[in-house]
Ligand binder design. Sequence first.
Ligand code: ARG
Length: 280
Amino acid sequence: MKKIISIILVALMLTTILASCGGKKGQTLDDIKKSGELVVYTEAGFAPFEFVYNNEVVGVDIAICEEIAKEIGVELVVKDVAFNTILGAIESGKAAIGAAGITITPERAEQVDFSMPYTTSKQYIIVKVDSDIASYADLAGKKIGVQLGTSSDFIISDAINGTEDDDGNHVAGDFEGTGATVSTYANPNLAAVNLEGDKLDAVVTDMLPAQLIVNNSNGAYKCFELVYPDGSLTDESYGLCVAKGNTELMEVINKVLTNLIETGKIDEYIIYYSTEVVAD
Ligand code: ARG
């Protein structure tokens, strides 16, 4: 009898654990409608896409998600979390949508599903205004800051540590052996403050966040595009993400995005959150 009870207990526990994982598809459209809330995870140190203004998270991604919540007929709930935890939270169903200026990459697309791209970006390098760093190649031997888990982090960490090819052979990185170092921060703003006092020589982040950090620096910083020595560029596209296979929610997202792109709303949001409502 005891044995049977413990088997039942274990079975019950397993069901609860599985249920609390939110199932395979994360938060479905039905789940969202039932709860009345669209839970969006972001990292709010990334103006103009998401930043804190008057104690509230606002920005381009939030404006987009407001429209998605409106389309579904539920309330938008935005949570500010560490950037490198967003994809996992979407997968496990803690949040329905990840909206954080997330670059669509093949590796990330193995973990989550991405919407259509809603804007493009490039990598930018921020330095002090009197710095003699004027190109990507000049980062050799330098102290470089990035936001943890971002494309900037991957680019700079690979350049410093090297990578592996398909056969497992080491491929030297551009800055390997030059003494260059990479330090990771919770967001690019927290990295940029370390340019003061020369704790860092450069910060690498996405274009618009870099330009706003420079605009807010009272002339202390400047920035320029990351161009590889062979002239190639770092073109990236942003997408919203949902759990793999969450197709009904994705259809709503893409419908709203198509409309916002076609009516020029995304461009309007970018201008508005870069010039009118801006992070301090
Ligand atoms: N686009 C870059 C990436 O996906 C950086 C995104 C950082 N976003 C943020 N909200 N902090 O890796």
